[in-house]
Write a protein of this length. Structure first.
Length: 362
């Protein structure tokens, strides 16, 4: 192995290493190494890998949330689209959650990956803008236009992310309900929400307030219990071994443990309450789909209590209410739809113009 040093125009050194055969002086391999050539690419590679891992974390997080919403929506949709018998809905599947998870992973995972990718990409753009904002403080101090432009773009991306999450969640529900693609489910959910805007706004506002009260109640209850336990003299008295472990220090104020416990209680309560929130959104979207197919009048899936709450046409006691005639036709089962069993053709009553609504995916 021979090493040769060559001077360069910028007074740097270029080191060349060559592997030479000692018998016939034949050059087998030659490698040129620049001592300063690897510093910048290594730093850039580190930044690229960091950005890749951050984007992967965001994508994985959104995908897990999408799977959770889709499984919950699939289970609740099976309950809603089951015809009640004697006032009860008996689901034929023995394990509805496992069945919904099976259909989600087998048939809807691609749609969920695409939807979560879009949200993760927007979140990644927000992080990039935040990075640029922190590294251009001096430029922003001298140029207000740059500062205002960054703030405007950050605000627009924040609003766009919130709207995208709302539409994506409803799209996930329709993906679980009908087995359609993400784009088709997004268009369908937007149409249903736009037609029932007042109902959706009312239900979302009331459910948000009630679920917030539930989370606050759980958090305050946990904090009060921990504060009462730590404030009692028996709980603050430690044994000799515990004092030796703590170097003689004792708990003088219970506020720090109470704050930590409240934060953990809020996170745990939010995880459980989100399941109820997903169930409420699923029932709401199922109701909107039901009214789109059968109108505001009574259908075989819609309960009387749900019609009263949502402002539908409640059937009268004399049995002369306006209703659709539903004809069940045997259909080929679609493996992509967890709730597809029959094809229902709803025909409008004679008083109104004849309109045929065909439901094939539910």
């Amino acid at each position: 192995m021979r090493f040769t040093t060559y001077p360069r125009l910028n007074d740097d050194l270029l080191i060349a290493a060559a592997s030479v055969d000692s018998a016939n002086e034949t050059v087998l391999e030659e490698v040129c190494v620049d001592p300063k050539a690897e510093e910048l690419p290594a730093k850039q590679l580190q930044q690229v890998l960091l950005a890749f891992h951050i984007f992967g974390f965001l994508w994985t997080n959104q995908l897990l949330q999408a799977i959770s919403v889709c499984v919950t929506a699939g289970s609740v949709a099976q309950f809603y689209w089951t015809v009640p018998s004697n006032g009860k809905r008996n689901i034929e599947a023995s394990f509805p959650i496992a069945r919904a998870l099976n259909y989600t992973l087998r048939f809807s995972l691609g749609s969920l990956c695409f939807g979560s990718f879009v949200i993760a990409f927007v979140q990644f753009l927000r992080l990039v803008l935040e990075y640029l904002d922190r590294n251009t403080k001096q430029i922003q101090q001298g140029n207000r236009i740059v500062r205002v432009a960054l703030l405007a773009v950050k605000c627009c991306l924040w609003c766009f992310e919130k709207c995208l999450k709302f539409l994506s969640k409803n799209a996930y529900i329709l993906v679980a309900m009908k087995g359609s693609s993400f784009c088709a489910a997004s268009a369908r959910s937007f149409k249903l929400i736009f037609k029932n805007l007042a109902r959706v706004a009312t239900v979302n506002s009331i459910s948000f307030f009630l679920l917030f009260l539930i989370k606050m109640t759980i958090t305050l209850a946990v904090g009060i219990v921990v504060f009462a336990m730590l404030s009692s003299s028996s709980s603050l008295s430690l044994s000799s071994d515990q004092l030796a472990l703590l170097s003689g220090e004792t708990v003088t104020s219970p506020m720090a443990p109470v704050v930590v416990t409240c934060v953990l209680g809020w996170l745990v309560a939010s995880a459980f309450v989100n399941v109820y929130n997903d169930a409420i959104d699923t029932i709401l979207l199922c109701f909107c789909e039901d009214t789109e197919l059968h109108g505001d009048s009574a259908s075989e899936f819609m309960s009387t209590e749900l019609q009263r709450i949502m402002g539908g046409n409640v059937p009268h006691q004399d049995g002369n209410e306006d209703h659709h005639q539903t004809v069940h036709v045997a259909a080929k089962s679609d493996a992509k739809s967890p709730t597809s069993s029959t094809t229902r053709i709803a025909v409008a009553p004679e008083e109104t113009p004849v309109e045929t609504l065909v439901e094939t995916d539910i």
